[in-house]
Design a protein around this ligand. Structure first.
Ligand code: 8X3
Length: 255
């Protein structure tokens, strides 16, 4: 680790759970100033309380799916937090696991609006200032579902394929502006992910991880911190992270 004191500010979406929260925690331990974004104010308050002893923390309560809320919230940042050096687009979820012919269109809206459009809105709200300062780092949290397609997950996979494409497109568009763009694509991570996907059916959610050791949110956050702590000329463009027991979206080894 560099001896220099960390001066950067990171804005993290989806900061109240899973990979977003673990990323906030590791960033705080390294003294990165934080703007924590999420839908649930109480969770944001608790996380701020937990991390304030380590770094400066500001919270923004909004839903990434609400275009106006996104631009208003990010536009309202106080001076100390208004220059965003690192954006972690971690907000996103899976809703349902059904064949297309039985899919719930509200689930589709939630996935496309959150995982794709929400990520675009937040990026669009922050990119101009990065371009103006000729610096910054954006990391999208994708998924192995953005690299492969599996049965009953077609729309979730589509949303994560979009994240992969947006990440690549953004890197091309920002090439002459000094802004790093990268993505991390985790496989199985034990968070609230499956509980959300199966709408609170804990039996179904727990079965996903039975007989194997999935990644933890901290395992993924460690890699994200590695990505943001490389020298200025190094950009980690694309990372796939899997638990040892997973070879692909469909090949898993259970004891
Ligand atoms: C989460 C991984 O395999 O459930 O994005 O799609 S998977």
């Amino acid at each position: 680790m560099s001896e220099e004191k960390e001066q950067r500010t990171a804005l993290i979406t989806g900061a109240t759970s899973g990979i977003g929260r673990a990323t906030a925690q590791i960033f705080a331990r390294h003294g990165i100033r934080l703007v924590l974004c999420g839908r649930r104010q109480e969770r944001l308050d608790n996380l701020k309380l937990e991390l304030s002893g380590l770094t400066d923390v500001h919270t923004l309560q909004f839903d990434v799916r609400e275009k106006n809320e996104v631009f208003e919230a990010i536009g309202s940042l106080p001076a100390l937090f208004s220059e965003i050096d690192i954006l972690i687009n971690s907000a996103g979820n899976a809703h349902g696991l059904e064949p297309m012919q039985e899919g719930d269109v509200d689930d589709w809206d939630a996935m496309i609006d959150g995982n794709v459009k929400g990520l675009l809105y937040v990026s669009r709200a922050i990119l101009p200032q990065m371009v103006q300062r000729k610096g910054g780092h954006i990391i999208h949290v994708g998924s192995t579902a953005g690299k492969e397609v599996y049965a009953n997950g077609g729309v979730y996979c589509a949303s994560k394929h979009a994240v992969d494409a947006i990440s690549k497109g953004m890197r091309i568009d920002l090439i002459s502006h000094g802004v790093k763009v990268g993505a991390i694509h985790p496989g199985m991570v034990e968070t609230e992910f499956s509980k959300v996907r199966f709408k609170g059916d804990t039996e179904r959610a727990d079965a996903v991880y039975q007989g194997l050791k999935p990644l933890s949110a901290e395992d993924v956050a460690d890699v994200i911190y590695f990505m943001v702590s490389r020298p200025a000329h190094v950009n980690i463009g694309d990372v796939v992270v899997l638990p040892l027991a997973q070879a692909s979206s469909t090949v898993r080894h259970r004891e």
